[in-house]
Design a binder for this molecule. Structure first.
Ligand code: ZN
Ligand code: ZN
Length: 130
């Protein structure tokens, strides 16, 4: 019975992550709570931890307040992070750029996957009041 419920929730988390691409445990819970009012934070945490262990999710760059965030895209990739709303977007930066930055870093090492920051289209629109 419990296993059955967990499977249902795991599927729901997968479906959500597929469309959201990046999310924290809190965001997953907030969204799924509408459909599953008895879903708890502990269950979401358990599901994402297991998915990470199995390689069904990756860690994305954390939020600005240091909450862990998960990534549904399992390939090494780069991110654009909005400094206003904190949203992440996958972006493909030229590999030359990676090498140039690595060269500048000298002894420090890039881990693969760059994160660049700026203002997203939505926030820019809001700021300009259009
Ligand atoms: Zn934004
Ligand atoms: Zn990503």
């Amino acid at each position: 019975m419990i296993a059955e419920r967990t499977t249902k929730y795991t599927d729901a988390v997968k479906t959500y992550m597929k469309s959201a691409k990046h999310a924290t445990n809190g965001q997953i819970l907030e969204y799924l709570h509408i459909t599953y009012p008895d879903l708890s934070a502990t269950t979401v945490h358990r599901i994402t931890t297991r998915m990470l262990e199995r390689g069904d999710l990756l860690c994305a760059p954390p939020t600005s307040n240091k909450l862990s965030r998960f990534d549904f895209n399992l390939k090494t990739h780069d991110h654009f992070q909005c400094v206003s709303c904190d949203r992440l977007r996958d972006v493909e930066l030229p590999s030359d750029l990676f090498n140039v930055i690595q060269e500048k870093l000298g002894d420090c090492k890039l881990n693969g996957g760059l994160t660049v920051q700026g203002s997203c289209a939505k926030c820019l629109k809001k700021e300009s009041g259009v």
